[in-house]
Design a protein around this ligand. Structure first.
Ligand code: ATP
Ligand code: MG
Length: 350
């Protein structure tokens, strides 16, 4: 039934129409930029929402803007989509200036906003047909395209139901489908999976991967570190309107330097005591895991991990599991911003 599988790597049908398929080509070099910004700024009254953002986003990639609430992610995307005019700085989308050539930019981009924009009273199919008509399709072409998208997004069964009866995940998929009636060269997705359950998130991730694999450059914002980690080819961490780090997820983790120690205790009752010992030995903040027996902390020098084990053994705290690994994106975020990301999912702390 659905052509997009939850695991993301087994799509069989194209989200692009055949004609569009031929016009999009994946770029061979990283230097071929889809989006470039320089000193982009935007204030709302006294709030400096975006404060000099510089981005270089290669064509054909999935690029993540990661940041906490109020960081300036939506404002940045809205400027790039020409919905807001910057106060200062310059930006180009596929070589078009977002202020001087706003019409050209609009012709190449599509935006799925942070909040759903589909009409609740219409059916899924009616919504997509309407978008097609607004874009100048004939009735026949609009219906054909709507049906292609409904199939690709696993919404065939719900096609003739009013959107108000849809689940959050179905609504989100329809919302993204609506922004793909004409395949854009650049797609902006503002928090595409916020509020979705893990299964729906996986489905949306699979859709995004398919779109990117077919040549569209995707710029997405997220507060979910695992989403950024698994979906984005490159990331910019944004805080208080500034880009504070940029690179692949691996590069960002490596830049933090420290490894992370994960410990499981045989006796969860002693977690608090163990946490105090870790703090003393390592001199860092210790995090409690989601499970009652789990603890983690960043380890500045690997040899200190051994000292932790000795100190725990000295007071008779027995360890069930002990591992030392690369920093997680959570820890990267903590190291960069001095505070944990607002929204982290269970699997991140596992
Ligand atoms: N239209 C507006 N009028 C006034 N202030 C605004 C407006 N839009 C955004 N802001 C402020 O600008 C700052 C950045 O907001 P923005 O929506 O870009 O953040 P965000 O990173 O998208 O956050 P979130 O994760 O909550 O969506 C915030 O302080 C916000 O309150
Ligand atoms: Mg936002």
């Amino acid at each position: 039934m659905t052509s997009i599988e939850a695991d993301g790597d087994s799509q069989s049908s194209s989200i692009l129409s055949a004609e569009e398929d031929r016009t999009l080509q994946k770029s061979p070099t990283e230097l071929d930029l889809a989006i470039e910004t320089n000193g982009l700024k935007k204030a709302f009254g006294d709030t400096q929402a975006v404060d000099g953002v510089n981005l270089r986003i290669p064509r054909g990639t999935v690029y993540g803007l990661l940041g906490p609430n109020g960081a300036g992610k939506t404002t940045t995307i809205r400027m790039l989509a020409t919905l807001l005019r910057p106060d200062a700085g310059i930006a180009t989308v596929l070589g078009h200036d977002i202020v001087q050539d706003a019409a050209e930019v609009r012709a190449t981009v599509s935006l799925t906003g942070q909040y759903a924009s589909v009409d609740e009273d219409l059916t899924g199919r009616e919504n997509l047909v309407l978008v097609g008509r607004l874009l100048g399709f004939s009735w026949r072409d609009a219906k054909t395209r709507a049906d292609e998208l409904l199939t690709a997004f696993g919404l065939d069964d719900a096609a003739t139901r009013q959107v108000r009866t849809y689940s959050g995940g179905m609504r989100r998929r329809l919302d993204i489908a609506a922004s793909l009636v004409v395949t854009p060269e650049v797609l902006f997705l503002d928090e595409p999976t916020t509020g979705l359950d893990p299964r729906s998130r996986n489905q949306v991730w699979a859709i995004i991967r398919t779109i990117a694999a077919e040549g569209t450059t995707v710029l997405l914002t997220t507060q979910y570190l695992d989403e950024a980690d698994r979906l984005a080819d490159r990331l910019a961490v944004i805080d208080n309107g500034h880009v504070i780090a940029e690179g692949t997820s691996r590069e960002l983790k490596a830049a933090v330097g420290a490894s992370t120690l994960h410990i499981r205790l045989r006796d969860p009752e002693r977690r608090e005591e163990a946490g105090a010992i870790l703090r003393d030995v390592l001199g860092v903040v210790v995090h409690n895991g989601t499970d009652r027996d789990a603890l983690s902390a960043s380890v500045p020098h690997d040899q200190e991990a051994a000292a932790v084990l000795t100190a725990l053994a000295d007071v008779g705290i027995r360890v069930a599991e002990f591992s030392l690994g690369q920093a997680s994106l959570d820890e990267v975020f903590l190291a960069l911003t001095g505070r944990p990301a607002e929204d982290t999912t269970e699997e991140m702390s596992a």
